[in-house]
Design a protein around this ligand. Structure first.
Ligand SMILES: [Zn+2]
Length: 249
C-alpha cells in the first residue's frame, strides 16, 4: 500500500489523502452555496420588504372575524378574508346565483317589496369563489392589455374595478349586485337603485361603496353593490352616513 508523510509527521495512505481533499472541496462548495443562498434570501427579503414583491412581501392583512358578529366583517383591499373564515352555507337563487343562507330571508323580503312597488330587480352577481374572482380580474387585465396598456398598467387599472382574489366581499356570500332584470347599463336600473338607496337599510343591507368615500372603502361608487350587515347596523349606518369601515372600527 502506498503511503505518504504528512506535514505533521503522520503517515497516511493516498486514499486517506484523497478523502481529506474531497472533504475539503465539499466543505468549500457548501460554504459557497450557503453564502449564495443567504445572498438570494437577503435579496428576496429586501424585495418583499421594500417593493412588496416575492415570498417575503407583507401581503394584505387578514380581516378581523368573530362568529358572533359575522355580518360586520370588513373585507376590502387592505383586509383580506381570514384563512379560517368558514365556507358559507349557500342558498341558490332562481337565476343560479347563490348567497349566504343567513341573508336569504331578508333579501327575499326586500325583493318581494320591490316587486310590489312595480320594480324588476335581479341579483346579477352574488357569491363567488376565489377562483371565479381571479378569473374576473384576469379577464379585466386582458381587456386593458388589449387596449394597449402594459401588463403593469393593465393590472393597476383592472384592480380599480375588480377586487384581488381574497379581498372581494362577493367571496363571503354577503354581497349582492342588484340591477333591473335585463339591464344592459346602469341607466336601465335607475329606479331599482333609487329604491335600494332609500330602503335597503330596512332589510339589513347597505350601499357599500357610496359616492365620495373611495378613500375609506377603497372602492369607487357602485350604485348596484349591496352588502348585508344586519338590521341594527344598517339602520345606524343609514342615519349616520358612515361606511362599514367607519361603523365597524
Ligand atoms: Zn359587487
Amino acid at each position: 500500500m502506498e503511503r505518504m508523510m504528512t506535514g505533521d509527521g503522520r503517515v497516511r495512505t493516498f486514499a486517506e489523502c484523497r478523502n481529506r481533499r474531497n472533504r475539503r472541496t465539499l466543505l468549500r462548495v457548501s460554504v459557497v452555496l450557503g453564502v449564495l443562498l443567504a445572498a438570494i434570501l437577503a435579496l428576496l427579503f429586501c424585495l418583499g420588504r421594500f417593493a412588496g414583491r416575492g415570498p417575503f412581501a407583507p401581503g394584505v392583512a387578514q380581516a378581523k372575524y368573530s362568529p358572533s358578529s359575522w355580518s360586520l366583517i370588513v373585507v376590502n383591499r387592505w383586509n383580506r378574508i381570514p384563512d379560517d373564515y368558514p365556507a358559507p352555507k349557500l342558498t341558490r337563487l332562481s337565476n343560479g346565483e347563490s348567497v349566504d343562507s343567513r341573508i336569504y330571508p331578508d333579501l327575499q323580503r326586500m325583493f318581494d317589496d320591490m316587486r310590489a312597488a312595480g320594480l324588476h330587480p335581479e341579483v346579477t352577481s352574488a357569491y363567488r369563489t376565489e377562483a371565479v374572482q381571479r378569473q374576473l380580474l384576469d379577464e379585466k387585465i386582458f381587456l386593458y392589455q388589449n387596449e394597449g396598456a402594459s401588463k403593469e398598467e393593465a393590472r393597476r387599472q383592472a384592480s380599480q374595478w375588480v377586487a384581488e382574489p381574497g379581498t372581494s366581499e362577493h367571496e363571503l356570500g354577503l354581497a349582492v349586485d342588484i340591477n333591473a332584470s335585463g339591464a344592459t347599463g346602469t341607466k336601465d336600473s335607475v329606479n331599482e337603485h333609487q329604491w335600494l338607496a332609500d330602503n335597503a337599510w330596512r332589510y339589513g343591507f347597505i350601499l357599500r361603496y357610496p359616492r365620495g368615500k373611495t378613500d375609506v372603502t377603497g372602492n369607487a361608487y357602485e350604485s348596484w353593490h349591496y352588502r348585508y350587515v344586519g338590521a341594527e347596523a344598517a339602520k345606524a349606518m343609514h342615519e349616520s352616513g358612515q361606511t362599514l369601515e367607519e361603523y365597524a372600527k
